[in-house]
Design a protein around this ligand. Structure first.
Ligand SMILES: C[S@@+](CC[C@H](N)C(=O)[O-])C[C@H]1O[C@@H](n2cnc3c(N)ncnc32)[C@H](O)[C@@H]1O
Length: 223
């Protein structure tokens, strides 16, 4: 079954996947959730410049758009890399209301979806964007990141994305002192992250969700 456009409580769109019975965002508000989890608890927590940022799951492109916009307020150099295994069809991403709600040029949002895969694309002098049509499991890189947005489907829907193997890969991808943020706060996820060597912080979640997770790769870790 095809992905379906739905409204969330803050008026912003999300996608519903009938096959998986799963939404791309919190139904309490997609923009609200992305701002809280990825921008406020992630982007604002890392002051380094330039910053290498990795997103696991490009999806609607909302996190990329919010990061691009946030960076215009107090610019620093961001290299934004995003992985996506199942890109959305054009009729879906073209209908998303994020550019309208955030009062930005629709072309700037569409560029996230319509720029070429596998090559760096310059959005402005402070924001470079590279998307890879690949899964986290298969993707190989020598790059390291200071910040990772981990935005996979929920553990009960996509358990293979919340395993020790995956979090070891995240650990290796992070520079020492780097952080990863995710909307999920399940106990089993925290325990798995701890067993991979992360310092785990439980933070207040966005409206409608009690908690979220931020992890730090301890400074001085050699890996
Ligand atoms: C919860 S959605 C969130 C997407 C996005 N960050 C957004 O704001 O729309 C999860 C995304 O991860 C993608 N995905 C699923 N499995 C993946 C994998 N193994 N590697 C990379 N991305 C994956 C899905 O196709 C989907 O776009």
């Amino acid at each position: 079954m095809k992905p379906t456009l739905v409204y969330t409580a803050d008026g912003s769109h999300s996608i519903y996947l009938p096959d998986l019975n799963e939404h791309y965002h919190s139904v309490h508000g997609a923009i609200q959730e992305s701002m809280h989890v990825f921008i406020q608890a992630g982007l604002h927590a890392v002051s380094i410049d330039p910053i290498n940022l990795l997103e696991v799951g490009l999806g609607t492109g909302l996190n990329a758009l919010l990061t691009l916009l946030e960076n215009k307020k107090k610019p620093r150099k961001i290299h934004y890399t995003s992985l996506e295994k199942f890109p959305l069809p054009a009729e879906i991403y073209q209908s998303l209301n994020y550019a309208k709600l955030l009062n930005v040029d629709a072309q700037e949002f569409l560029k996230i979806h319509e720029s070429d895969w596998e090559v760096p694309v310059v959005f402005n002098e402070h924001f470079q964007f590279t998307k890879h049509h690949n899964s986290l499991q298969q993707w190989k890189t020598t790059q390291q990141f200071q910040l990772i947005y981990f935005d996979a489907f929920a553990p009960e829907k996509q358990p293979d994305m919340w395993t020790e193997e995956i979090f070891f890969k995240i650990f290796e991808l992070l520079e020492s002192g780097g952080i990863m943020v995710t909307y999920c706060a399940k106990g089993v996820v925290k325990r798995t992250l701890k067993s991979c060597g992360f310092e785990v912080q439980t933070l207040p979640g966005p409206p409608g969700k009690r908690e979220m997770i931020r992890v730090v790769k301890p400074k001085g870790t050699i890996l």
